[in-house]
Ligand binder design. Structure first.
Ligand code: ACO
Length: 384
């Protein structure tokens, strides 16, 4: 006979999704949802993104950890891009697969030299591997890195083989810094769990990327462009938006679960979009944003529904010429620095992350003593 006796369980109830549970202390970032602020290692995101390069953003974050964040970081990252180049042949065999899979393969294939800190090796690898994955998918030869350039600049050059204009480099730096870290999001938590086993930075980064890949996390900006395409084709933005809302659908790129007043990252990226050369696509995005905000205010006057970070991410990355299949890999290119910083913090803490589960399965035959019981070290699970 089996038992499903929840009534016998006296443990703390489960918290699905760990909603509201604090599982780490960090010096890296603070998300203040109610006020609409994001603090990165003591500085408001508005005072950092758009003013510093990706490398300077990494230094700012990493100086709160034991990671190497000295004045040579720019040079070290540039040199480490060359070490990543050795992983390209393993990716070439999988050229028809998704860019994320190629990226995971490349990251796993990197042999980090002893002289290189693995966090530097991982962070430096992204521009090289993402550009290579994009070119391989197009049947083109990857282009080797140039250690004289910054990460964003070198990435754009490796992507299409030409020197990118500075406005593109600046826009990409702004984006990479904007999304470098954001509290204990799913991929960062995944990276911390892996780091807590002392598995190392390479594994923490590969695991973070696997978590980021899901549509509930890093896979979101694509639908904003799909929506813009549909509105552009219709030729009637206002009517399209009204019909969409009347059908009970949500407008992509508006609203946020945590930032109720404003998403500070959206403001920072909006400024980046404002600096892009004007195109028809940008003009359409502006019309759509104005019409969408008016329609949302009209329908939900009591609910602040603002443009979110995904809207401007899509417009900005599209504006600098990136394919939408690259949006998630490019997001990872910035967030990897956050994963490494959190992995370093977790390693320093030295505590294995090992929560409990609430057992709701059958009891062993003949055992009518326990009913449902919480598992864990004292329950029916071993340490593994
Ligand atoms: N378009 C139309 N209506 C919306 C939108 C939207 N984008 N966002 C919220 N609403 C409506 C809801 O339908 C709801 O109406 P109801 O009370 O009549 O049911 C009301 O506003 C309140 O919304 P909530 O349910 O409180 O919003 P929630 O916190 O659940 O959702 C979310 C946040 C998921 C981001 C939502 O705004 C949404 O689906 N937006 C569109 C998708 C999107 O842009 N995703 C990327 C988010 S950015 C990021 O994740 C980093």
């Amino acid at each position: 006979m089996t038992h499903h006796s929840h009534a016998l369980n006296t443990e703390t109830p489960a918290s699905p999704g760990l909603d509201g549970i604090i599982v780490a202390t960090t010096r890296l970032s603070e998300v203040r949802g109610k006020e609409g602020h994001l603090i990165l290692a003591g500085r408001a995101i508005e005072d950092l993104a758009g003013f510093v390069s990706f490398e300077e953003g990494v230094r700012h974050l990493w100086k709160e950890t034991a990671l190497p964040a000295g004045p040579t970081l720019f040079r070290d990252l540039a040199a480490a891009r060359q070490a990543a180049w050795t992983a390209i042949p393993a990716m070439a065999a999988l050229r028809s697969r998704s860019p994320i899979l190629l990226l995971q393969t490349g990251l796993a294939g990197i042999q980090v030299p002893d002289v290189l800190h693995p966090a530097i090796a991982m962070t430096a690898a992204f521009p090289v591997l993402v550009a290579a994955a994009a070119r391989l998918a197009e049947g083109q030869q990857p282009i080797p890195p140039d250690p004289g350039l910054g990460s964003a600049h070198d990435f754009l050059r490796m992507l299409d083989g030409t020197t990118p204009p500075m406005w593109k480099v600046e826009a990409l730096n702004r984006y990479l810094v904007t999304i470098i870290d954001h509290g204990l999001n799913a991929s960062t938590f995944a990276a911390r769990v892996i780091a807590s086993t002392q598995a190392g930075f390479q594994d923490a980064v590969i695991g973070g990327l696997a978590a980021l890949k899901g549509p509930l996390h890093g896979g979101a900006p694509g639908p904003v462009l799909d929506m813009l395409d549909a509105i552009g084709t219709s030729g009637h933005p206002k009517q399209w938006i009204e019909a969409e809302l009347a059908a009970g659908h949500r407008l992509m790129g508006f609203g946020h679960r945590i930032y109720r007043a404003r998403d500070p990252r959206a403001d920072v990226l909006k400024e980046g979009v404002r600096r892009l050369p004007k195109t028809e696509r940008l003009a359409l995005a502006e019309v759509v944003e104005t019409a969408a905000l008016a329609a949302l205010r009209n329908r939900k006057p009591d609910r602040p529904l603002e443009t979110n970070v995904e809207f401007y991410t899509a417009i900005l990355l599209d504006g600098i010429g990136l394919e939408r299949t690259l949006f998630t890999p490019v997001f990872a290119m910035g967030r990897v620095a956050g994963w490494c910083a959190h992995a370093a913090e977790q390693q320093a803490e030295g505590k294995l992350i090992r929560p409990k589960s609430l057992y709701a399965g059958p009891s062993p035959c003949g055992n009518d003593r326990n009913g449902t019981r919480a598992s864990g070290m004292t329950g029916n699970e071993s340490i593994s």
